[in-house]
Design a protein around this ligand. Sequence first.
Ligand code: R5P
Length: 278
Amino acid sequence: MNVVCGRASQHLGSKIADEMEVDLVKVSYKTFPDGEQYLKILDSLDDEVVVVQSITSDSEFVNLLLLLDAVDSSKITTVIPYMGYSRQDRRFEVGEPISARAIAKPISKYSNEVITIDIHNMKVKEYFDCDFTNLMAFDHMARELDLENPIVIAPDEGAQDRARSVAEIRGWEHDHLVKTRKSGEEVEITPKQIDVDGRSVLIVDDIIATGGTMSQAISMLKKQGAKEVYVGATHPVLAGNAIQKLYSAGCTDIICTDTIEKSVSKVSVAPIIAENLK
Ligand code: R5P
């Protein structure tokens, strides 16, 4: 078995190869003047290949498809640590696409198995026409967090299971806030009755995209007297000025995983992926 990584997951891909003690395949990438991508696999491949690539943009999705087409092996396991478009997992309004399905279909054609990490909704599984495994990074993150007895808070009901799971592993308290999304970028958070006065708080979510959800939760908790507010998420999309927004709101630290390779990617998901592949 060997590991091939796409442009968006070069660090994580090499860590997975390292953990598994298998070869990391060399790939060269270039972009033509018209913007089209080109890549070439430079080493020979084994019968079993693991392709690692997060879909962080349209361009990285194309990069993954080109890579899958170039890999000519009998068994391909495609690891998509962060799957962009997974939040559009149904037709919310007439005329919309099911974007997660549109992304899943072509990947399935090349893959024997797809592995994701903390996928936004397990409904996505039904869109892959191949084996599908979702690994939970939150349990792993919980063990790695070096915090003094914080209250773990989910920014909305949908993230409650994650907060509970982190809290239970560490024996911490947990709760959740009530969120109303007003538009793509605007979120209103109605305070719930939680006594955070003088306490450290850890807010957990799967994705930080614009930082709107988190920054409002941070501001609210700070107003209620929280001493420190840490932010923990699996996928640091962190679009635009999201990091600045979180710190301006009073965030103490941001702790995320390397499903997307950013400065806040302090916990690696390589061990849980490697463990699953062995
Ligand atoms: C939504 O359901 C997700 O779990 C996150 O809460 C959301 O993606 C965060 O987005 P943003 O950072 O733009 O508020």
